[in-house]
Design a protein around this ligand. Structure first.
Ligand SMILES: [Zn+2]
Ligand SMILES: [Zn+2]
Length: 347
C-alpha cells in the first residue's frame, strides 16, 4: 500500500487511516487540536480530541458548544484511531499545548510523525516544558525561522520592564500581551523577579488568567482595571491586549509607557510602527537556534514546514542532509493578532 499517513487538504493536515484532521481551518468530522490559539482551535467541528486544558480554553473562547463531541487526551496516553495510534506531548507553548505523535503506515512503512503545533524551548512557569519526541517526520512552524531571530532571556526582558518602572514612578506601564499564554507568562515571571505590587488587568485578559489560576498557577494579587481607576494608577503595571496600548482606553492612564511583549519586538521598525516605547522581546515561539536544535534532537530524517519563514529553515535542513519541504499552509500565523488586533497580518 502506498498511501501517506498524513496528507495536505484544503482543511489542513489530514490522516486518512485515522479519519481525522489536525488544527483544521474549516469545520470537519473529527479534529485533533494542538492548543487553544484561534488559528489552531476553531469552533464548528463535530468531534474534538485535545488536552483537557485546551478543551477548557476553547469553551471559554468559543462557547461551550464549540463541538458536538469532546474527548480529553492526557499527555503521553496512547489512543487508537482507526488504523493509527496517536498521543499528545507537551509543546511548552501555552497551558495545555501539545505536539501530536501519529504512528502508522506511511507509504507501506511503519512511521512516526510529530506535528509540533506551536512550541518553544524557553522556560515558562505557566505550562509544561517541551518534550523531545523521537520521530521520522517532524512537522514544524517557522514563525521566527530566520537566523536574525534570537530571543533573549525572558527574565532579562522583565528586568528591563522593572528598571523602567523604577525610573518612572509617576507613570503607568501598560504591557501589551496576548490574552492566552503571554499575559500569564509575563505575570508569572514578574512574580519570580520579585515584583510584589498588585498586577492590574484589562478586562480582555481577565478570564483566561482566572482559568490558569483554577489550573494551579499562582499570580499573586491581580486586580481588574475599572474605568474610574485608570487615572489613579501611577506607578502600576497593567497587562492588556496588544491593541489596547494604542487605543483610546490607554489615554486615561497617567503618562502611560507603552510596552509590548512579543518576539516581533526584535524588529525595531515594528515597535516604532505600533508606538511602542518599551519593546520586550518575549516570544512563545521557538527562535532560530531552538528550531534547528529541536529538529536535530527529534532524530527525524524529514522535515515539513507548515508556515512562517519556511525557505530558510528548509534550506538549512537540506544542508544537514535532511529531506525538507515547505507546506505553505494558509490560515496560521501570529495567533491572536488577527482576531484581537483587527486585520493586521503579522507573519
Ligand atoms: Zn499558538
Ligand atoms: Zn499558531
Amino acid at each position: 500500500m502506498s498511501s501517506p499517513l498524513l496528507a495536505l487538504t484544503p482543511e489542513g493536515l489530514f490522516c486518512p487511516a485515522g479519519g481525522f484532521h489536525i488544527d483544521p481551518v474549516r469545520p470537519v468530522a473529527r479534529a485533533l487540536i494542538t492548543h487553544g490559539h484561534s488559528d489552531h482551535a476553531r469552533p464548528g467541528h463535530h468531534a474534538v480530541l485535545a488536552t483537557d486544558e485546551t478543551l477548557g480554553i476553547m469553551a471559554i473562547r468559543c462557547g461551550e458548544t464549540f463541538a458536538r463531541e469532546k474527548q480529553a487526551a492526557s499527555y503521553g496516553e496512547a489512543i487508537q484511531l482507526g488504523d493509527v495510534r496517536v498521543s499528545f506531548h507537551p509543546a511548552g507553548h501555552v497551558l495545555g499545548s501539545a505536539q501530536i505523535l501519529i504512528q502508522g503506515k506511511h507509504h507501506g512503512r511503519q512511521t512516526r510523525i510529530v506535528i509540533s503545533g506551536d512550541y518553544k524551548r524557553q522556560r515558562d512557569p505557566t505550562c509544561l516544558p517541551f518534550e523531545v519526541v523521537r520521530c521520522d517526520i517532524f512537522i514544524t512552524e517557522a514563525t521566527f525561522g530566520l537566523p536574525v531571530f534570537r530571543h533573549p532571556d525572558t527574565r532579562h526582558e522583565m528586568e528591563r520592564l522593572l528598571a523602567s518602572h523604577k525610573l518612572f514612578p509617576e507613570r503607568t506601564h501598560l504591557v501589551g500581551a496576548y490574552s492566552l499564554g503571554k499575559a500569564q507568562r509575563v505575570a508569572a515571571i514578574l512574580r519570580e523577579t520579585g515584583y510584589d505590587r498588585p498586577i492590574y488587568l484589562h478586562g480582555a485578559v481577565d478570564r483566561l488568567m482566572e482559568f490558569y489560576r483554577t489550573r494551579g498557577i499562582d499570580f499573586g494579587e491581580l486586580r481588574k482595571v475599572s474605568a474610574s481607576d485608570r487615572s489613579k494608577l501611577a506607578g502600576e503595571i497593567v497587562l492588556c491586549p496588544p491593541s489596547a496600548i494604542s487605543d483610546l482606553w490607554s489615554r486615561k492612564f497617567p503618562e502611560p509607557v507603552a510596552a509590548f511583549a512579543s518576539g516581533w519586538m526584535r524588529i525595531r521598525a515594528r515597535a516604532r510602527q505600533r508606538g511602542v516605547e518599551l519593546p520586550l522581546v518575549i516570544s512563545d515561539h521557538a527562535d532560530w537556534d531552538d528550531l534547528t536544535a529541536t529538529i536535530i534532537e527529534t532524530g527525524c530524517s524529514e522535515v515539513w514546514v507548515t508556515h512562517g519563514e519556511a525557505d530558510a529553515l528548509v534550506h538549512w535542513a537540506q544542508t544537514r542532509q535532511l529531506r525538507a519541504q515547505p507546506l505553505h499552509m494558509l490560515g496560521y500565523g501570529d495567533e491572536e493578532e488577527t482576531t484581537e488586533d483587527g486585520a493586521e497580518a503579522m507573519s
